[in-house]
Design a protein around this ligand. Sequence first.
Ligand code: ZN
Length: 382
Amino acid sequence: MVPIALNDDRLKFLFKSASLIQIGMGQKESMSPPPPFDSDPFDCLKRNFTEDELEKCFRHFDSSNQGTWSHDDFRRFLSELFSNKRRPYLLLTELVEQYFQETDFNQDNRIDFNEFQQAWKETLKTTLKPVSALVIVDVQNDFISGSLALHSCPANHQGEEVVPIINRVLTNVRFDVVAYTYDWHPHNHISFYENRYLRPTAPESKINAADAKLLDSVIFVGPPKVEQVLWPAHCVQHTRGADLHKDLILVSNAIHVFKGANPNVDSYSAFWDNMKLAKTSLDDQLRERNVTDVYVVGLATDVCVAATAMHSIENNYRTILIEDACRGVDEKEIEVKRLELNRHGCIFVESTVVPGMVDGIDRRPELTRNMFEENLKKIRLK
Ligand SMILES: [Zn+2]
């Protein structure tokens, strides 16, 4: 049996630490994961998420038939919940115990149906029946073959390579919502190197705009006062450079988000501008459609993709970055952003595993923690 790889570096580390502790304590816990389960006890709940089915699910794990779960019952619940095609993900003993303590509100060392429902109903629903959006970031001509083509940037990535991968994802995965974002700048935009003389430099800026080179960072007086990387003019509104790549599949009923239209503030993220002064319509449109999970792809990994993924987490979406469907500007910066996003709960996957995740068959423990904690906060506020 090959263990299922955890993609979250933080959990990988924790799992390794836990194994060492277990060996150190002389426990003979097997390092290979248990065999797959015969059936998915959550099948009925996946089809029909009702109070009745929730109770049946609770009874399924209640081995003593006393109406409460022991630690073992709870562990079995978690390991069958967090599985991929019925093969369990490896779960840390410490993590299971933490979840148990957090679920056992009255601290009687058993979990009753009310506690289970309060702590897990919402998380369970999202884990089994996620509402998934694919957010396709800035797959525009200027980033592929135009003035800001990624192949001319330090990482030498080929932006065009994401197009067939995103198309395959669009064709093979049943997303509930698809959004296309556009970098959409006016001629006098602050991010254009060509416009560096248009605005006064702030005294604290290390580089004066007049002396700046391409990709230098300059602080402008404003208002608002902003630090801005100077990119070559790109994605000017209504030009060919701002068009999406001609081969990218356009699905009907998609959301289209235009960002960076304010001449004085750039907008890497598709949710907010860089100063968080204004919101795009993306969050409202995703909420209207009850989206729980946001998958981010596109250009460029370390700039607009990373900023969009970070704001997605801040907006409490479970956030997944599809790595092979992204290309970036600078390898070092890509790694910095990867670690930062990972720390905040974003997970990184290859496109081949996305269909199972969207269908609620591949259910990852790393995606649940933020959501579970948010729910606990709400319960404590009541
Ligand atoms: Zn831009």
